[in-house]
Design a protein around this ligand. Structure first.
Ligand code: 5GP
Length: 140
């Protein structure tokens, strides 16, 4: 399977499409999912191109997962979550819809159901506010 350089996350990485950024370093970018399954649903992507986990250079994983932990802790703090769900899909049969490796961070609490995967587009003002909460928590 080839990597499509025009996938939506490649465009976000090139700055061609905006995103609500929460964290960036040399190796990764983290931003709000536009169709959040829960308030605070964040995506972490490596800057190195790969379609998903199956074709990624193994060197991608250390900085990616270090950032996932960092952002997950901030999401937990920002949304007072009781738990954090990490999801990662590989190929359409497994639910992948955007073909640049990404890790989902979802805050969870007892009794709060997740909304459908790729469901409803969120209000941008709300996403901006949520990104601000996570950025603040990252700075704490
Ligand atoms: P997956 O490929 O793991 O199924 O999920 C892709 C995720 O990307 C979905 O949760 C979807 O809501 C999100 N998504 C799709 N298009 C965009 C976009 O243009 N911007 C952002 N921030 N998220 C997107």
């Amino acid at each position: 399977m080839n990597y499509d350089t025009n996938n939506i996350f490649a465009k976000i990485l090139r700055g061609e499409i905006p995103c609500h950024k929460v964290y960036e370093d040399d190796a990764v970018l983290a931003f709000m999912d536009v169709m959040p399954q829960a308030d605070g649903h964040t995506l972490v992507i490596p800057k190195a191109p790969s379609r998903n986990l199956l074709d990624a250079d193994p060197a991608t994983f250390e900085p990616l997962m270090v950032a996932v932990q960092k952002v997950a802790l901030a999401v937990r703090r920002a949304f007072k979550a009781e738990g954090i769900l990490i999801k990662q899909f590989n190929e359409p049969a497994a639910g992948q819809t955007v073909f640049h490796l990404h890790v989902h961070i979802l805050p969870r609490s007892e009794g709060l159901e997740l909304r459908p995967h790729t469901g409803k587009m969120a209000d941008h003002a709300v996403l901006a506010q949520h990104a601000g909460l996570i950025r603040t928590a990252l700075g704490d």
